[in-house]
Design a protein around this ligand. Sequence first.
Ligand code: F6P
Length: 345
Amino acid sequence: MARIGVLTGGGDCAGLDAIIRAVVRRTRLTHGDDVIGFRNGWKGVIENDTIDLTIERTAGILTRGGTLLGTSRVDPVAGGNERIAAVHETIERNNIDAFVVIGGDGTLRGSRDLQREGVHLVGVPKTIDNDVDGTDLSVGFCTAVQVATDAIDRLQTTAESHQRVMVVEVMGRDAGWIAACAGLASGADMVLVPERPFDIEEVCEQLRGRHRRGRSFSIVVVAEGAHPADGTLKAAEGRVLAERTRLVPSGIAITLQNEIQQRTGFETRATILGHILRGGTPTASDRILATRFGIAASDAVKAGSFGTMTALRGREIVQVGLDDALRFRKPLEPEIYNDAAVFFG
Ligand code: F6P
């Protein structure tokens, strides 16, 4: 009987428990193999912090947000040989044959590197940012877009009542998928994304144009990683978080609120949706994707397809090599932005 370790790494999102449930059920009931969970991503493997993943323990979790395993951004390889040795020790102590690693771009990259150190694993992509290149969709993205859309719908009515410009900031450090898709779904008047540095004067001119045409309010959706074109405006300073080497942006919505109000004279308010997009119950489409990915990951381990990641390609679930899947970060497709832009101004 084989023994599979399961862990969730990186930022959480809706649908993680649905993946875990599917892995456990498929592995135990179809393949007759054993499953063990590790708490808080690779940190739990390094520290041998385990949790029993039985059918009973994972029943009734399909609809839950968050992850019953907990998560962290600990990279198993970045810390050097000590961490890698600790992983191998845990593998031996628990007789682990392979891991199912549920993670976003960062966690999957660390796992790919660990795999080169002889650790067998299969990845499952999850991230609200939808920027893992090897798959059309990652678990958590559709829920985040739905939550953002619901929030923007609510902001529309208060914007209209007060004749205000509402700036809504959504997550998306490097990619504008959530901003553009939520903007499309809610009919936003402007969407700003990291892939297209903006000129604040052009943004203000679009808003002025709307008002000249008789519209009394506007909705601007901005991804947290959106930034002004060089030399047009000084952006807010970023911050570096634990286990991160890159700057995480902060407060672009506040900068925009102040600039728009000052330059146009229109009363402007900022709303930062932040982690609300990561919490709560997954949508039906995320539950389905999570369940299909979980089953596929369990099957891939059984088949010995290590170093691969489950991926959605069109309507099909396939296994793609981690190296190929992670070659680039997937930027927002220009066509989606262009479709949203039909409704700007
Ligand atoms: O999961 C990715 C992400 O949602 C980014 O869009 C965002 O910048 C980041 O997580 C926030 O992470 P944390 O919860 O560590 O602040």
